[in-house]
Design a protein around this ligand. Structure first.
Ligand code: NAD
Length: 461
């Protein structure tokens, strides 16, 4: 370790893991270097969370317009202007990206533009520069996986990065993989008017989501016109005129579907290609760390998707903060007891804690309470009150084990569940807490009453 190193902390990767680590280190008074080969903000800001939410906003506005007459607003034939939608998405990203650059400059974080290579436990090579630092944090993120089947590289077969750069609305789209990415794009493109088919290899969609919630969402997606095949094993993609023909097995049966575009949403892999050479221990391409985010090399920490653990922007930021604090003398441990899952579909899905099937498998004694949004005033006022909140609590203690929600703004209301779970709250704590009225989080409150007695605004139980 070189004590005279110009930086206290140098970070490779400026995504939500790396740039948040950089800000945390700067807050603590460190001299910080941030190395980024592309744009600050990473996949989240440029190819993930932010651009997809911009498209989701357009889809929501279109749906709103279709229901506007119900609330007294006359809208004639609302349609999507694809180019204007993509321009809105670009503006939304550019605005956030510009703000982030200013934030990083204001924090006096030195940014090195170029591909960073770890050449020792205290130095990173960036082009002709050698960035020396007392501690290093690796936050190089992940990349979309490709499939090794014939035709997977044909033009028109897109990754989740490429689909964000389309120049026209596909009439039909086949989505391979019904994980978070697949379901979000299927939902958005279907709402925007594309004919969407989803092929998922597993027997169910959305593996990280409570089975009942995923099943209810699947019914909604189907009612919106999306065709979903589970246990579908894609075998080949062929070109046919300007279109793509997909051959897949459904059990013993062989089936085909033809589409304009195909989205591969079959997972991400850690972006760790350049790291093995630096002597870091990797497992299946993921950097291995302990719960203090320390890698196998002294003074080198890692955070985010490159760990191959959760691959979520907010987990990356959480880990980045801990890595920065520990690099500067702290000893915080990462705690994954309350990691939210947020799926930005129409309607949204959000959850935290144990899924019911997990509670069952673990032999935990539990009680379930469900409260439908159709019985909630605010959800009715917002229109389309689909979905529910489902609480899983330990029985008889009432300790909260899991919160699962499907419905409008589910990703916002889950915040209460995440905090409650993290604080070890019980159904009684939730039921004895005042909730603003009329508001969507009242669904959690009503469901909590369902655990300790019965909900107030529900006749059918
Ligand atoms: P994923 O691993 O969540 O889902 C991939 C899906 O594809 C799985 O259901 C899998 O069974 C299926 N699959 C794999 N091979 C297949 C095949 N040959 N044929 C059909 N189906 C196949 O991956 P993802 O959805 O691509 O997302 C990548 C990462 O990004 C995930 O970690 C995800 O959590 C994260 N992400 C999160 C958000 C969010 O939090 N809202 C949004 C986007 C992405």
């Amino acid at each position: 370790m070189t004590d005279e190193a110009p930086f206290d902390v140098a970070i490779i990767g400026g995504g939500p893991g790396g740039y948040v680590a950089a800000i945390r280190a700067a807050q603590l008074g460190a001299r910080v270097a941030l190395v980024e080969k592309d744009h600050l903000g990473g996949a989240c800001l440029h190819r993930g969370c932010i651009p997809t939410k911009a498209l989701l906003r357009t889809a929501e506005a279109l749906l709103e317009s279709k229901h506007a007459s119900t609330v007294g607003v006359a809208v004639n034939d609302a349609t999507v202007d694809f180019a204007a939608m993509m321009a809105w998405k670009e503006r939304a990203v550019a605005q956030q990206a510009d703000e982030l650059e200013k934030l990083i400059a204001w924090r006096k974080i030195a940014v090195f533009r170029g591909e960073g290579r770890l050449v020792g436990p205290d130095s990173i090579k960036v082009g002709d520069d050698l960035v020396a630092a007392r501690k290093i944090i690796i936050a190089t993120g992940s990349l979309p996986s490709r499939l090794s089947i014939p035709g997977a590289n044909l033009p028109g077969v897109l990754t989740s990065d490429q689909i964000l750069e389309l120049d026209a609305m596909p009439e039909s789209l086949v989505v391979i993989g019904a994980g978070v990415v697949g379901c979000e794009f299927a939902s958005i493109f279907s709402a925007l008017g594309a004919r969407v088919t989803v092929l998922e290899i597993l027997p169910r969609i959305l593996p990280p989501v409570d089975e009942e919630i995923a099943r209810r969402f699947q019914q909604i997606l189907r009612s919106q016109g999306v065709t979903i095949h589970t246990k579908a094993s894609l075998q080949e993609i062929r070109t046919e005129d300007d279109r793509l023909r997909l051959l897949f097995a459904l059990g013993e049966e062989h089936q085909e579907v033809v589409a304009d575009r195909v989205l591969l949403a079959v997972g991400h892999r850690p972006s760790s290609d350049a790291l093995e050479a630096a002597g870091l221990a990797l497992r299946d391409g993921s950097v291995t760390v302990n719960d203090r985010l320390e890698t196998s090399v002294d003074n080198v920490y890692a955070a985010g998707d490159v760990l191959g653990l959760y691959m979520l922007a907010y987990v990356a930021s959480y880990q980045g903060i801990i890595a920065a604090e520990n690099a500067l003398g702290g000893s915080r441990q990462a705690d994954y007891r309350a990691v939210p899952t947020c799926v930005f579909t129409l309607p949204e899905i959000a959850s935290v804690g144990l899924r019911e099937e997990e509670a069952r498998a673990q032999g935990v004694s539990y009680k379930v309470s469900r409260f439908p949004f159709s019985a909630l005033a605010r959800a009715q006022l917002l229109g389309q009150p689909l979905g529910l909140v489902k609480l899983i609590c330990e029985d008889p203690s009432g300790r909260l084990l899991g919160v699962h929600s499907l419905g409008r703004r589910a990703t916002d209301i889950i915040g209460e569940g995440v905090l409650a779970l993290r604080m070890g709250a019980t159904a009684q704590d939730l039921a004895h807490t005042m909730h603003g009225h009329p508001s969507l989080p009242e669904a959690i409150y009503e469901a909590a009453w369902g655990i300790i007695d019965s909900p107030f605004h529900l006749r059918r139980l």
